[in-house]
Write a protein that binds this ligand. Structure first.
Ligand code: ARG
Length: 471
């Protein structure tokens, strides 16, 4: 569809065009449907830019004040849901700028001096992501607090530890929670590190080459709370590394949450029955009245898929782009927004749910007993009595075979039965190591599963969280 330029629907960039934009192309190229989410940052960036222009004398104080007032009004209109977003104004930036001129007249047209949408949008995304990272960090923190409380409460609760999902050795439930805590600490650090590279100001790079006006980039960066300034104008407008980095860190975080989820789903099943999930985090079945489905962990487990997808989208979007800005970059927003929402919501669900998880202590204990989980302890015992480890391994293997045929646990064999397999090395004190409590207590070193080690690790964790709070 082609058409003559229509009066009143002039594009902000329409000067050199002789016909108006094809209606479908207008919709196809617009981003306002999704980038209006950046309105607060767009206004914040414009406020800083405007103040800077006045400081260097490009705007008068009076012009500055008119613009600031207009921007403030626009902020109120949007927050109140009164702002009319227009597709023909393409994106959040031009919707706001055009509205500014509607409100304050010609002075509004001066705001874009020494600026381009290219440095503007890069600024907006960085401001947005910086705030979202902070929200996500505090949600990780909240989940970690919950894990620490659970670990403290269940420091001595014994459960089967698994390798290959087969019962391996007894561990404490608190110790298991602290494994998750460790993963989240790394996720936290990665995001803190990524935030440093997000927190740089592209403002002043203008379209790509900088501007002829005597701008003060330090000043606008300072007003926006940026810690650094992007050092090259071409890179400043085209760099989206920070968004990719954030999404990569999110991907890994979601991978961790997905692993927790799988464990929660398994443990909550009738077959494992190690935990109960709070009813308010589960749903029923429309046909099977007995069902209580662990929907929240299942969804979290599944949602890693979309975040991994977003990471690939962003990497692919950037691949092969020549310097500097290209419209391709408009495609960065939806994956980024959805990554932020997904990560935040999953963390929120888990931070709310974890403190309410009920541990079925008796079932855990029984499950740990069932799988010959203290077999390694018997082998270690024999080694301490002088047998080389490989021989001890063999002896215990024979004893396990015997107990399997008899249908009982190692700790339920009599001393005489145990002695069949190593008469000189086994005596009455063997029973102390065959108990679950003896087994976990014996792993008493930094990072081990002994209850007092779990408590020590909880203390270290609390200190870590406290130190974060003080920063
Ligand atoms: N909506 C655009 C984006 O999201 C803003 C920048 C447009 N710049 C341009 N030169 N067309 O990337």
């Amino acid at each position: 569809m082609t058409g003559k330029k229509k009066a009143g629907e002039q594009k902000l960039w329409g000067g050199r065009f002789t016909e108006s934009t094809d209606a479908f192309v207008e919709e196809f190229t617009a981003s306002v449907m999704f980038d209006q989410r950046l309105y607060r940052q767009d206004i914040q960036g414009s406020v800083a830019h405007c103040r800077m222009l006045a400081k260097v004398g490009v705007l008068t104080e009076n012009e500055r004040d008119q613009i600031l007032e207009g921007l403030e009004q626009i902020g109120r209109e949007i927050a109140a849901g009164e702002f009319v977003w227009s597709i023909s104004r393409e994106d959040v930036h031009m919707n706001i700028e055009a509205r500014l001129t509607d409100i304050i007249g010609t002075v509004g047209k001066k705001l874009h001096t020494g600026r381009s949408r290219n440095d503007q949008v890069a600024t907006d995304i960085r401001l947005y992501l910086r705030a979202e990272i902070d929200r996500i960090l505090s949600e990780i923190d909240r989940l970690q607090q919950g894990l620490l409380s659970l670990a403290e409460r269940e420091a001595a609760t014994i459960m089967p530890g698994f390798t290959h999902l087969q019962t391996a050795q007894p561990v404490t439930f608190g110790h298991h929670m602290l494994a998750w805590f460790e993963m989240l600490s790394r996720d936290y650090e990665r995001l803190v590190d990524c935030r440093k590279r997000v927190n740089c100001s592209p403002l002043g790079a203008a379209a790509l080459a900088g501007t002829t006006f005597p701008i003060d980039r330090e000043y606008s960066a300072e007003l926006l709370g940026f810690e650094g300034i992007c050092g090259n104008s071409l890179d400043a407008v085209s760099d989206r590394d920070f968004a990719i980095e954030f999404t990569a860190a999110s991907s890994l975080l979601m991978t961790h949450l997905s692993r927790f989820s799988e464990e929660l789903v398994l443990w909550a099943s009738a077959q494992f029955d190690l935990i109960d999930l709070p009813d308010r985090f589960c749903t029923g079945s429309s046909i099977m009245p007995q069902k209580k489905n662990p929907d929240v962990p299942e969804l979290v487990r599944g949602k890693v898929g979309r975040v991994n997808g977003h990471l690939i989208s962003l990497l692919t979007l950037m691949k092969g782009q020549p310097l500097a800005y290209n419209k391709d970059n408009q495609e960065d927003k939806e994956p980024l927004f959805d990554t932020v929402d997904t990560v935040f919501n999953c963390l929120r669900a888990y931070a709310d749910m974890m403190p309410a998880v009920k541990v079925n202590e008796a079932v855990m204990r029984e499950a740990a007993l069932r799988g010959f989980s203290t077999a390694t302890d018997l082998a270690d015992y024999l080694v301490k009595k002088g047998l080389p480890f490989r021989d001890a391994h063999e002896v215990v293997g024979n004893a396990v075979g015997f107990a399997l045929r008899k249908g009982c646990d190692l700790s339920e064999l009599s001393l005489d039965e145990l002695k069949i397999f190593s008469p000189e090395h086994i005596s009455q004190d063997v029973f102390a190591v065959l108990t679950l409590e003896g087994s976990v207590q014996a792993r008493d070193h930094l990072g081990g599963t002994a209850p007092n080690q779990v408590l020590a690790a909880v203390k270290r964790g609390q200190k870590l969280l406290q130190a974060r709070g003080e920063k």
